[in-house]
Design a binder for this molecule. Sequence first.
Ligand SMILES: [Fe+2]
Ligand SMILES: [Fe+2]
Length: 373
Amino acid sequence: MRVGILGGTFDPVHVGHVALARAALTELNIEKLLVLPNGAPQYKRPRTDPADRLAMACMAMGTINRVEVSDMEILRGGATYAVDTLRILKSAHPDTDYVYIIGLDSLKNLSHWKDAETLKRLCTFACAAREGQVPHQPGVQILRTSIPDISSARIRQMVQSGQNADAFMPQNVARYVAERGLYLSDFSESTLRKELRQRLTPHRYAHTLGVAETAAELARENGLCAGKALVAGLLHDCAKCLSPEELLQYAGPAGADADEMRCLPVLHAPVGAYLAREQYGVQDEEVLSAIRRHTVGEKKMSLLDAIVYVADFIEPGRKPFPGLEDARRTAHQDVFRAAALCGRLTGSYAAQGGGRLHPATARMIQWIENGGR
Ligand SMILES: [Fe+2]
Ligand SMILES: [Fe+2]
């Protein structure tokens, strides 16, 4: 039996990977193609969790005839070396001939791979390349099918900066990326959660998770992809546990306006947007705007702004108070009307303590009541 191996980080898997898999099945005379998402690649820090990369690889290639997506490298954990994988496969299937499909750059660096000489004894290689790109080498087969020139790095950069990269991914993978908010920050979801758990008090962290889940739910109900709402929800209070001194120190660079500077409890919103950009790598202006506006709102707020503002108010962990259930019901009917209602409830609460409605909240309520959205 002859089996091809297509390994990779698949962060994310893209149309080039799919074309490569199909070319391998057509040209390499193999019975089966084993697709192996890496566990922990030696030189790269993946931007998504292994489970996400495995899920995307399955979506993109799991339904192609004669392709098997394997979790063996992900489950093995630790650094991923081709020679270790080949040793395991050969000891389980000694009669199988393996063809390892690699990129041109990897082929040129093959001598630097771990135990390269052993690896060469355990498998042959195939590489997608144009005529003349690869000097003839024994044991290396060249795939002639032309493969789209796209990289996972380029897709990650496009998604992070708010550009549409859907054309470079299989449709179901693009949807998965948007739904889960992958590549919107510099971190995988599990790392982002870990960072926030360290930065916030347990109460604030639980509230954060409640806001993220509620915002994602409201986004879906309103026809938006949940990912941006999820990430904005996770990061909305990232500056909430800073000291007043720290908040004031960041207020200038964060571009806090006069209204925000006058009110310390409001300052964590612009500072949070600033930290989301500077420390978490968020570049998407819609996500940053939702973080900035989550505390007091503003006129002309976007649907995502309104969703995060309302989610902050109604998340399931909120202690009951008069009007909360009404706000929750309204949120699932009309999120802007719910935002106005939450604004008015905040005003009533402030009035009880002798305070008054924040000017931005007053502008938001008036804008919504005048039909703005
Ligand atoms: Fe907040
Ligand atoms: Fe909050």
